[in-house]
Design a protein around this ligand. Structure first.
Ligand code: DSN
Length: 438
């Protein structure tokens, strides 16, 4: 059994031993270790990787240039990198049951862009979900390069309903727009949507008009790997995802596709979009894929969802309105207006930060406030479930959030909450054994 002090020393060694020559960065990294361990991490797109994932991503593979693909590199000395990347590809294929995997995308954004590059031409029409309805920047936002190169047409969610049955992806709208606009590609996938996304109707609609279908699984990738969300693999033509959210790997992206589209996807990633792959991150992706194939990960993913359901119920008890009436996945989207009409997402995020509760403001569907202000908060359970929290802690966290927001002008109450948050985090340390690799 590792003691708290050896965990401390292993954490300290990770930053200070390695960075003795750069005290400025060392001090900042030490502060970040402290921040992550003593405050609540509720950003729905974040998680705590295992020490093994972190060790692989901090490995000497960072020194290696490997432009190309295993067996077809533009640089020598890639014997090890080839094996690492092959392992990562095979593990991704086996985890998701895919025919082809590309593990080189540096991020979800580059995985999405590479897919567009492979499947459509500049100026072509793509149908995707609007950012302010729960979509993503790379689904055609005018401020993203995707919105400048392609002609995006956007769908959204159904109107809110008092019984919570609204704010679901409007598949009638997807169907009508598909028939009218004849997109060459239909995109499913969201960043702020708390319900299950069934890939089957999208496939049907795409087939009806002869379009391709891409599923951006960045958020639910870990739930999909664990069987806690329907899998789009084999249904969509291309599935993109990030490795660092519910999947709990290093920061990065990946693409799954059929054998016949594999070659165009590969050329779109390299040389189409990227140069040298980050083989150290690819090694860490391989570690994460193996971890996600274990039975413990299935239990973890089930707990992430159970925690989100308990969290949603507790937040509703505290007077918050849950967009879409609750959650099926790892996140809750909260409409703050019922709780306090004056409270914006921006103010809520800032005051929660002061109380040691980390989350992000988010637009809610048809938000009257602009994206930098918003009327919503997005809260996720993936990270604190990794730290060991279960349903009872979700109730406590919901009450801490409500107290913080109710007493947002009371500095001594905020300090008291900050102390309670610290105590809770000390009981649920994501790295109880430090960063020692076991
Ligand atoms: N930034 C990611 C998220 O927070 O959902 C999406 O790219």
């Amino acid at each position: 059994m590792t003691t708290a002090s050896s965990a401390e020393s292993s954490l300290a060694h990770f930053v200070s031993g390695v960075l003795a020559s750069d005290p400025e960065i060392r001090d900042l990294l030490e502060l970040e270790v402290e921040r992550q361990r003593s405050t609540l991490q509720l950003i729905a797109s974040e998680n705590f990787t295992s020490p093994s994932v972190m060790a692989a991503s901090a490995s000497m593979l960072t020194n290696k240039y490997s432009e190309g693909y295993p067996g077809r590199r533009y640089y020598g000395g890639n014997v090890v990198a080839d094996e690492v990347e092959n392992l990562a590809r095979e593990r991704a294929k086996s985890l998701f049951g895919a025919a082809h995997a590309n593990v080189q995308p540096h991020a979800g954004a580059s995985a999405n862009l590479a897919t567009y590059l492979a499947l459509v031409e500049p100026g072509d029409t793509i149908l995707a979900m609007r950012l302010d309805q729960g979509g993503h920047l790379t689904h055609g936002s005018p401020v993203s390069i995707t919105g400048k190169i392609y002609r995006f047409v956007a769908y959204g969610v159904t109107p809110a309903a008092a019984d919570g049955s609204g704010e679901r992806i409007d598949l009638d709208q997807v169907r009508d727009l598909a028939k009218r606009e004849r997109p060459r590609l239909i995109v499913a996938g969201t960043t702020a949507y708390s319900r299950t996304i069934d890939p089957a109707p999208y496939r049907e609609i795409a087939d009806d008009i002869g379009a391709k279908f891409m599923f951006d699984a960045a958020h639910p990738a870990g739930l999909i790997a664990a069987g806690e969300h329907p899998s789009p693999v084999g249904v969509a033509d291309v599935v993109t995802f990030t490795t660092h959210k519910t999947l709990r790997g290093p920061r990065g992206g990946a693409i799954l596709t059929s054998e016949d589209l594999g070659r165009s996807i590969d050329s779109a990633v390299f040389p189409g979009l990227q140069g040298g792959p980050l083989e150290h991150v690819i090694a860490a992706k391989a570690v994460a894929f193996a971890e996600a194939a274990r039975p413990e990960f299935k239990q973890y993913a089930a707990q992430v969802r159970a925690n989100a359901v308990a969290f949603a119920a507790a937040l509703a008890e505290e007077g918050f309105r849950l967009v879409a009436g609750g959650t099926d996945n790892h996140l809750c989207l909260v409409d703050l207006r019922d709780f306090d009409a004056e409270l914006t997402g921006k103010i809520a995020q800032e005051v929660l930060d002061r109380a040691g509760i980390t989350c992000n403001r988010n637009q809610i569907p048809d938000d009257p406030r602009p994206p930098f202000v918003t009327s919503g908060l997005r809260l996720g359970t993936a990270a604190e479930t990794t730290a060991g929290m279960k349903e009872p802690q979700m109730v406590v966290v919901a009450s801490l959030i409500a107290r913080t927001l109710r007493h947002r002008d009371d500095e001594s109450e905020l300090q008291a909450i900050r102390a309670e948050v610290s105590e809770l985090c000390a009981m649920f340390d994501p790295y109880p054994d430090g960063l020692a690799v076991s």
